[in-house]
Design a protein. Structure first.
Length: 168
């Protein structure tokens, strides 16, 4: 995955549209499904929990399938990119302890994965206005910069490939 520049206003606008559409479609479809099932199969005791639950489950599955299908639509580009970026950062985060240990020992692939993680996190946090934890990110970046100087490593995040994480 490569980092791309995202227009913050456009991203926020499209993300809000996706969130509202998801909430509306989930509410409407789950109610429609559950009410149809309750009408077709009424329960004498008056408990319709199972029909309501089934309506929510079917609606959720349909919504996820729709989002996956629409992921490649041009209007979903920014939202899908952030979705993919979060998944890529999560893969790195799961191996963070091993990556830090390897980077401390001079492993260039570990340093590259950490650099990608820091750059991706910075972009994500700026898009989401999450600047509270930026100081900890800057501290981690400073430590990584020390290691790159110590081991004379040049990092270019365009060379990062998630497959390199398998070594850790």
């Amino acid at each position: 995955m490569q980092l791309i520049k995202i227009d913050k206003a456009l991203y926020r606008s499209r993300l809000n549209m996706v969130i509202v559409a998801c909430i509306a479609s989930l509410a409407i479809s789950s109610l429609a499904i559950s009410q149809t099932l309750i009408y077709l199969f009424p329960d004498e005791s008056g408990s319709h929990f199972h029909w309501n639950l089934l309506g929510v489950i079917v609606s959720t599955v349909g919504l996820v399938a729709t989002l996956l299908k629409l992921k490649t639509h041009p209007k979903m580009r920014e939202v899908a990119y952030i979705w993919d970026l979060k998944q890529a950062l999560n893969l790195i985060y799961r191996k963070n302890r091993k990556l830090l240990a390897a980077a401390k020992e001079g492993n260039a692939d570990a340093m590259l994965a950490l650099q990608f993680s820091y750059a991706g996190s910075r972009q994500l946090w700026q898009l989401d206005d999450n600047t509270i934890t930026m100081s900890s990110l800057n501290d981690a970046q400073s430590k990584l910069d020390e290691w790159t100087q110590q081991y004379n490593v040049t990092l270019d995040i365009t060379n990062y490939r998630s497959e390199s994480l398998k070594a850790f």
